[in-house]
Design a protein around this ligand. Structure first.
Ligand code: NDP
Length: 295
């Protein structure tokens, strides 16, 4: 298929590589043109100068940007997506977005005969490098079927979740759980270190017991105990995700004090650690408060 990909960030770039590996014809655009040039030179994809140029002739356009307002901001103007996308094409938004903005984008595209699905991904950069992401899709199932050959090139588990916005909502709640698990595992381990228990011993037991999570089984052993803290998924993006989850809970009138509190804690962590810090670096805030390192 003719595919356009916009947003060659930490996860977007390996996803775009998967699309090429699956032998689709690919045109890329990135806000910082150098990144798209580098990608095009290394892979043989075409580089477009504007979103409109990337979208021209594409049956499927994929966006993978920080948040939904960033996607919406690419729609308008002479160089915007709407100036290039053809009737009958599909915008597949792989951003971890918010349902309200996604529904508004879908409505604006529908007026022009263009379809929209929200299709956020899970599995991290490691999953993208293996072209084995989980993709959660909101929108019309027939539209998903049309875009499926492209989504399958980077997705291993592809699940239709409901109407437009359902993928965003599910992704936000999943990442809220991730944030809560990282934060509470770090609180627990800092407590145990101060109480004289080695974090290696603590994790050995917790990971064979009912308190285990992806944070305790993978993230903390691989990234915190080793002090490696690789930068694969920005803390600022996880802060955004848990903020969306708390917002969805408010809209649905579900009391969600733990999600809201953790959203506030991640806002605090981001303001302390900055825009480029990795999400697991949030642990450093708890270490500072406790006056110990979890290692
Ligand atoms: P990055 O911050 O690494 O990359 C963001 C990309 O978006 C870059 O290409 C950047 O361009 C572009 N961009 C940022 N702002 C704008 C804008 N206003 N207009 C146009 N382009 C813009 O993010 P990730 O690749 O990590 O994440 C992308 C999405 O995927 C996010 O929604 C994130 O939550 C989600 N995600 C990320 C995962 C991960 O492990 N990294 C895992 C699962 C989901 P430029 O090069 O100019 O900065």
């Amino acid at each position: 298929m003719n595919v356009a990909f916009l947003g060659l960030g930490a996860i977007g770039r390996p996803m775009a590589e998967c699309i090429l590996r699956a032998k689709h014809s690919l045109t890329v655009w990135n806000r910082t043109a150098e990144r798209a040039r580098d990608f095009a030179q290394h892979t043989g994809a075409r580089q477009a100068a504007t979103p409109a140029e990337a979208a021209r002739g594409a049956e499927v356009v994929i966006t993978c940007l920080p948040n939904s307002p960033d996607v919406e901001s690419l729609l308008d103007g002479d160089t915007g997506l709407l100036a290039g996308m053809q009737r009958g094409s599909v915008l597949v938004d792989c951003t971890s977005g918010d349902p309200t903005t996604s529904r508004r984008i879908a409505e604006r595209l529908r007026e022009r005969g263009i379809d929209f699905i929200d299709a956020p991904v899970s599995g991290g950069v490691a999953g993208a490098l293996k072209c084995a992401l989980t993709v959660m899709v909101g929108g019309d199932e027939k539209v998903l079927a049309r875009a499926l050959p492209v989504i399958q090139s980077f997705g291993q588990k592809i699940v239709h979740c409901g109407d437009v916005g359902a993928g965003d909502a599910l992704k936000a709640v999943n990442n809220a759980l991730l944030a809560i698990h990282i934060w509470t595992a770090a609180e627990g381990l800092a407590t145990l270190v101060k109480a004289g228990v080695s974090p290696h011993v603590a994790l050995d037991v917790i990971n064979a017991s009912s308190g285990r999570s992806n944070a305790s089984m993978n993230l903390i052993p691989e990234r915190v105990l080793t002090r490696a803290f690789p930068r694969t998924f920005r803390l600022a993006l996880l802060e955004k995700d848990i903020g969306i989850a708390a917002q969805v809970a408010r809209e649905q009138r579900v009391p969600a004090p733990v999600m809201q509190l953790t959203a506030d804690l991640f806002t605090l962590a981001r303001s302390e650690l900055g825009e480029v810090a990795d999400h697991v670096e949030a642990v450093k805030i708890i270490e500072q408060w406790a006056g110990v390192e979890i290692q």
